[in-house]
Design a protein around this ligand. Structure first.
Ligand SMILES: [Mg+2]
Length: 433
């Protein structure tokens, strides 16, 4: 029944999700791509990570290596794009800002998804509201969204899938208006229930729990014994009882990682140092944006796992004083690269992990390392200036020389679209006659 089990204080919510987000961003800025099949490739033009609806209809698979399909895509007239994360990240923020203006509360769940608290309207009026929200986002940003309304998060996820699957629903599925949820739950394989990982799914299947409906009707004692309170919550959510609150503030990050593959591989020490240095510069920027310091850092490198003589290794170092200063972190990281390097190896990937992150307002001094408050503030002002310039004028405007000025190991991005929303010189041009 509608509102069944909706406890006191709990209010219905919705999952808003952008359809085919990366491909849709590409289509939004290039009118020639509208209605055409578009695929977006992962870093280094490796695999297909996003497909427009038209590409999906051609039967192009997700995660397929690009080189395997390149010829076929050309024959089919599919437009290929390298991933343009500057564009997607910026569009993501615009989507969230647009939603935030329309709802009382919002939890950003991923780059293209948010759980939102709904305005206080009757269930039927909420469907109309959701349809209007779709129009607002489409008009403002050129992006299609789907809205799933439900009494709980797990059901909102399912409602969103249903909104996308059935075109006659117009991108909105409202569980609050469905008198019988059972048939919908019965259509949903247990693997597709939000929160059910691969291991749980296998455990469920072995006990004959094949669908969301089976899981919602399973013996709670059985779930509690195997899956604990998390399993019980999941079951309650499937029954329409909200147990998972909206998380309005993202949990502070415990670690930050930046890693990339190289193409072609790196054989010399110098370019490997440059690559690691450039990842560290990025990671330190992230750290400062999050208002954190790192207490520990790890550098890792590896050769291709598919080539003979695989070599992969990592090295960590605890900093005497937690830091967010790029220079301090570089000084710690570069000797680790020297230590991990092996002559004659073809390195294919490297990365940096910043760990033991702590908020800036917790400052712990060190007995043997002196750093006056004045020295620290001067460094912080300098780094804020560098970050500000790079944000305004594009990443790499001010670069650390150790990261290399014209690196040959940079990402392969042969099909990159422009930074329509983040670079002044890439602004779309409109000609009027
Ligand atoms: Mg999506």
């Amino acid at each position: 029944m509608p509102f069944e089990g909706l406890g006191p204080g709990a209010a219905p919510l919705a999952l808003v999700d952008c359809n085919n987000f990366y491909a849709a961003c590409e289509q939004a800025f290039d009118p020639a791509l509208q209605g055409r099949p578009v695929v977006v490739l992962s870093n280094n033009d490796g695999c297909i990570v996003a497909r427009s609806r038209e590409a999906r209809q051609l039967g192009i698979g997700m995660g397929v290596p690009y080189f395997q399909l390149a010829d076929r895509l050309r024959q089919l007239g599919v437009v290929v794009r390298s991933s343009n994360y500057a564009l997607y990240g910026d569009m993501s923020q615009r989507v969230m800002a647009c939603l935030e203006a329309q709802v009382p509360e919002l939890e950003v769940y991923s780059v293209d998804e948010a759980f939102v608290r709904l305005p206080a309207l009757a269930p039927r009026a909420l469907s109309t509201w959701a349809a209007e929200l779709r129009v607002t986002v489409r008009q403002g940003l050129g992006l299609p969204i789907a809205v799933g309304l439900a009494p709980s998060k797990v059901l909102a996820k399912l409602a969103n899938q249903l909104a996308k699957r059935d075109p006659s629903r117009g991108g909105v599925f409202n569980f609050l208006l469905e008198p019988w949820r059972e048939p919908w739950l019965a259509q949903c394989p247990v693997e597709e229930v939000w929160g059910v990982g691969r291991r749980w799914a296998r455990w469920c299947r072995l006990r004959g729990l094949a669908t969301a409906l089976d899981l919602s009707q399973a013996d709670p004692e059985l779930l509690r014994r195997k899956l604990g309170v998390v399993g019980l919550r999941l079951q309650q959510e499937l029954r329409g009882v909200s147990c998972l609150p909206l998380e309005l503030l993202p949990a502070p990050r415990q670690e930050t990682c930046v890693s990339r593959s190289f193409s072609p591989p790196i054989q010399e020490l110098q370019p490997l140092r440059e690559a690691v240095a450039s990842y560290l510069v990025r990671a330190a920027e992230k750290l400062r944006r999050q208002g954190q310091r790192a207490g520990c850092l790890t550098v890792f490198v590896r050769t291709s796992p598919f080539a003979a003589g695989f070599y992969g290794n990592s090295a960590s170092l605890r900093l005497p004083l937690a830091s967010q200063d790029t220079a301090v972190l570089l000084q710690a990281a570069l000797p680790l690269v020297d230590q991990l390097f092996r002559p004659g190896r073809l390195f294919q990937k490297a990365g940096v992990l910043l760990q033991e992150l702590q908020p800036l307002d917790q400052w712990q001094g060190h007995l043997f390392v002196s750093l006056s408050a004045e020295q620290r503030q001067r460094r912080e002002r300098l780094l804020a200036l560098v970050d500000g310039l790079n944000r305004r004028h594009g990443a790499g405007t001010l670069q650390w020389a150790v990261a290399g000025l014209r690196p040959a190991w940079r990402l392969r991005r042969d099909h990159l679209s422009r930074g329509y929303t983040t670079r002044l010189q890439d602004l779309p041009l409109v000609y009027a006659r």
